[in-house]
Design a protein around this ligand. Structure first.
Ligand SMILES: [Zn+2]
Length: 139
């Protein structure tokens, strides 16, 4: 499934569909590339998938890469799992917090230790979430 097209860089100069472009299209087909049902968002020329898996616009020379539905799904799954984990960790922390007031002696330091562990977990969850979001916004 094609989800999103994002261009990686501009190769050739943009020009209207010319003899040169038609020649390039013919060459692409000869080299085993396949014409796709997607068009270039910039010039509306049909896109071609090279044998290497790269997707290219024969008209403006822009190379595209495809973000598949599966990749997005896995991101969503990770996000959902992290959200759930975060809620559970917050429950544990709030539980420890409630008991810490009544704790005495050795109990206090053991609660403190587990609190510090769970806060670390929480921090890691936040870090992973941020890195996923960062990846999304740069793609
Ligand atoms: Zn194009």
């Amino acid at each position: 499934m094609i989800e999103k097209l994002t261009f990686r860089g501009i190769g050739l100069k943009r020009d209207s569909i010319s003899k040169e472009t038609i020649r390039r299209m013919a060459e692409l087909l000869k080299s085993g590339a396949t014409m796709l049902s997607m068009v270039c968002p910039k010039c509306k020329s049909p896109l071609y998938r090279l044998k290497t898996g790269e997707i290219i616009c024969p008209n403006c020379g822009i190379r595209y890469y495809v973000v598949t539905e599966e990749e997005r799904e896995s991101d969503v799954l990770v996000q959902a799992t992290l959200d759930q984990l975060e809620r559970n960790v917050l429950k544990v922390i709030s539980d420890i917090n409630a008991r810490i007031g009544e704790a005495i002696g050795d109990d206090v330091s053991s609660y403190g230790k587990s609190l510090s562990i769970w806060l670390d977990v929480l921090e890691r969850i936040e870090r992973i979430k941020r890195s996923i979001e960062g990846r999304r916004s740069t793609s």
